[in-house]
Write a protein that binds this ligand. Structure first.
Ligand SMILES: Nc1ncnc2c1ncn2[C@@H]1O[C@H](COP(=O)(O)OP(=O)(O)OP(=O)(O)O)[C@@H](O)[C@H]1O
Length: 273
């Protein structure tokens, strides 16, 4: 096993050219160890999705390097990058929906098959049981609710034991009881050796992580060890307050709470992009 499941080394990502360019990530350094659950938080536009896409090898940095499971993505051709991604990365992204023509179970088996392995049937059965979706395995995605599809997407990301699992609001479409079950599974998989990085706006989800990385303007603004939900929420509020040009009197609940709430709603409405 590599010392780092994932390393971003002085990564800058710019979109567009010249005056119109946007710097989504700005000389960002991040190392993710195997067997850890890391939450990434930050305001809309702070660079969270960009970070996940680069970490998944789906997009290349403008400068710097991304090292996935010990292999640098810089200089890899498309075939090599695809092979690396299939072997080492599992994703739960809104943009990576289940394949509609396959059953839900076949979707979960797909990453192993694409990587040229026999799926681990026992492991998949256990994951589906734990996620409460074993009875739905023969259905096609359009016969499942959004939350059920989300749970199959989580099973798909974990099934082939990739070195790193990247999830964008994995609990966003789930009711609170199911969200808790998914959190338990992520914690358990991290304890079993996978590196899991979860982008979330939910302090309760972030509180399950052993590390909370706060992004701001494409940089790491804070890097906290395991922290309780109230402290994380406060930390986020303070960031919002710091950016708020209008000082408000009295306790600051409305603005920051609204910021967290609207972000969560957007995730439920169909993701960040
Ligand atoms: N394909 C793109 N083309 C141009 N600009 C982009 C592109 N993708 C992201 N950006 C810009 O890069 C910055 C970071 O975006 P990113 O989507 O990573 O933020 P985020 O923290 O995930 O936001 P959200 O919480 O709203 O999803 C934003 O200013 C965004 O407008």
């Amino acid at each position: 096993m590599h010392q780092h499941a994932l390393r971003l080394r002085t990564v800058t990502k710019r979109f567009g050219l010249g005056d119109a360019s946007v710097t989504a990530l700005d000389h960002l350094d991040l190392e993710i160890a195997p067997g850890t659950l890391t939450a990434v938080m930050g305001q809309s536009g702070s660079g969270k999705s960009t970070l996940l896409h680069l970490a998944a090898g789906l997009d290349a940095p403008t400068s710097g390097d991304v090292v996935i499971g010990g292999t640098s993505v810089v200089g890899l051709d498309d075939d090599a990058l695809t092979a690396l991604r299939r072997r080492e990365v599992g994703v739960v992204f809104q943009s990576f929906n289940l394949v509609p023509s396959l059953t839900a179970l076949e979707n979960v088996q797909l990453p192993a098959l694409l990587a040229g392995h026999e799926p681990e049937h026992d492991r998949i059965r256990t994951l589906l049981d734990d996620l409460g979706i074993a009875g739905l395995a023969a259905r096609r995605p359009h016969e499942l609710s959004g939350g059920q599809q989300q749970r199959f997407a989580i099973a798909r990301a974990l099934a082939h034991r990739p070195a790193i699992v990247l999830a964008d609001e994995p609990t966003g479409a789930l009711d609170s009881a199911t969200s808790l079950e998914v959190q338990e599974i992520l914690v358990a998989q991290a304890a079993a050796g996978q590196a899991i990085v979860v982008v979330t706006h939910d302090p309760a989800v972030a509180a399950r992580a052993e590390r909370v990385v706060l992004l701001r303007d494409g940089r790491i603004d804070d890097d906290l060890p395991a922290t309780d939900a109230a402290t994380i929420a406060q930390r986020m509020l303070r960031r919002v307050d710091a950016m708020d040009p209008i000082p408000a009197a009295g306790p600051r609940i409305t603005g920051p709470a609204a910021a967290i709430g609207s972000a969560g709603d957007r995730a439920i409405d169909g993701g960040s992009r």
